[in-house]
Design a protein around this ligand. Structure first.
Ligand SMILES: [Zn+2]
Length: 453
């Protein structure tokens, strides 16, 4: 008798009896799924058939569960570490420590069922270093696509005057002339970014119009897009007013973050270009719905509530015209901590845009593969796709919040390897100078000291 030694063969898992959401948006149906090596080897009858040939196969009974692609979060800032303000983010971080901290936060993101994410812009070069460390097997984390520092003109970004007129600060690099723009794109491509990000709108408008001011000309946007595209790198824009979204689409951007406050012209440009949108309404919704619990400014709560309501109609029209909508959570700020809110964009798409849960789940799986540059290889339960698989108890199509309940996760695989869901990670940490320190929370006017009994 010949004994076949399969110890070196890739581990294989047959997951049976789960209802399978395949990522396409089609209704779930029960079928077996075979994972082998880093890929999904087969689904349905073929999975059972092929499994019979595999020695050392691990069979998992997933009765009562839903099997689906691991979530893809297409807007996550892994290097920020949940700052309460831009002051903290810009003036209280250091490169080495930020990278070490990000390596732990990446594990929190992974254990939230997010097997892939896109980080459009980072502080220092943390995104590039972390991505390479994850890919190289140095640290555990979701697969990752990353930008570098976001390109901003001296008009500024959302951080207003915290940004200098030239140089770098926090997540931003200031570019002013065409030469600056070309040089910075080339520098970032050399450093290894997957995407170039442009803050097309910035600076709040002092109440004169909705959203932010457009801080770039169309010609400047075209220059950045052409330079990056010639080097094989896609471009993503932060756009929070009508003209910035319109010009980002016309300039040839490959994805648009926010795209809130679109007017007819902006919508038409987006539809013509079929450029994917990542609305990222989770941050606004968290602030609007729960801001009172964490001391957020009530005026800001109303502004964000309005932004969601006014933008939802246009997102829906874009979606109906074939524009891909992609889920992103803006995780990384104090209002969107790592591991907690990655699922919430799906709920918002259902509640405010009127998508079905199946459509929303597609936006957080197969549609998100574009942000990773892995269309056709990621985000689906189909033979030949990467074996990023989440098995969750119950049926998320009836209750999307299940995808935010880590204790309901039965199994999680990234590239065919099981993730240890029980691993304990620190909730928070104390690091010298890392958070903003205050002298006090109030001003000690003399009147406060008087009439004290
Ligand atoms: Zn962002």
């Amino acid at each position: 008798m010949t004994v076949v030694n399969n110890s070196s063969a890739a581990p294989a898992y047959l997951i049976d009896k789960a209802r399978v959401f395949d990522g396409s948006g089609a209704a779930s149906r029960e079928m077996p799924v075979l994972l082998q090596g880093e890929l999904i080897a087969a689904v349905g009858a073929a999975a059972r058939e092929q499994a019979q040939q595999i020695d050392g196969l691990v069979s998992l009974d997933a009765s009562g569960c839903t099997l689906m692609p691991g979530l893809i979060d297409s807007h996550c800032h892994i290097s920020f570490d949940q700052p309460t303000s831009n002051d903290e983010l810009f003036f209280h971080r250091r490169a080495g420590l930020a990278t070490l901290v990000a390596a732990v936060n990446a594990q929190k993101v992974l254990r939230a069922g997010v097997t892939s994410f896109f980080d459009a812009n980072c502080i220092f070069d943390v995104g590039i270093d972390l991505r390479d460390a994850i890919e190289g097997g140095v640290v555990e984390g979701p697969r990752m696509a990353t930008g570098g520092n976001v390109l901003i003109t001296s008009v500024g970004g959302t951080a207003g005057r915290l940004l200098p007129d030239s140089g770098k600060r926090g997540y931003a690099v200031i570019v002013e002339t065409p030469e600056d723009m070309i040089r910075e794109v080339r520098r970032q491509v050399k450093a290894g970014v997957d995407w170039i990000k442009v803050h097309v709108s910035g600076l709040p408008t002092r109440g004169k119009q909705q959203g932010e001011i457009q801080a770039w000309s169309l010609d400047e946007l075209r220059l950045v897009c052409d330079t990056a595209h010639n080097l094989g790198v896609p471009v993503v824009g932060h756009c929070r007013n009508p003209s910035s979204t319109r010009d980002a689409a016309r300039a040839g951007m490959d994805m648009i973050l926010h795209a809130t406050f679109m007017d007819e012209e902006a919508l038409q440009a987006v539809v013509d270009a079929q450029v994917p949108l990542v609305p990222t309404l989770t941050f606004q919704a968290n602030l609007a719905d729960f801001g009172d619990r964490v001391g957020a400014d009530p005026a800001l709560r109303q502004i964000f509530r309005d932004e969601i309501a006014q933008s939802a109609v246009m997102f829906r029209r874009a979606y109906d015209a074939g524009v891909p909508l992609i889920c992103g959570s803006e995780s990384g700020f104090s209002l969107t901590p790592y591991g907690d809110w990655h699922y919430r964009e799906m709920e918002i798409f259902v509640e405010h845009l009127g998508l079905t849960p199946l459509q929303a789940m597609h936006c957080a799986t197969q549609a998100g593969a574009r942000s990773l540059g892995l269309e056709g290889r990621l985000g689906c339960i189909a033979a030949g796709y990467l074996a990023d698989v989440l098995v969750v108890e119950g049926d998320p199509t009836g209750d999307l919040e299940l995808l935010g309940q880590r204790d309901k996760f039965r199994h999680l695989f990234k590239a065919g390897k099981p993730v240890d869901l029980q691993k304990e990670l620190p909730e928070s940490w104390r690091l010298p100078g890392w958070r903003v320190g205050q002298f006090s929370t109030q001003i000690l006017h003399k009147t406060l000291t008087q009439n004290l009994d």
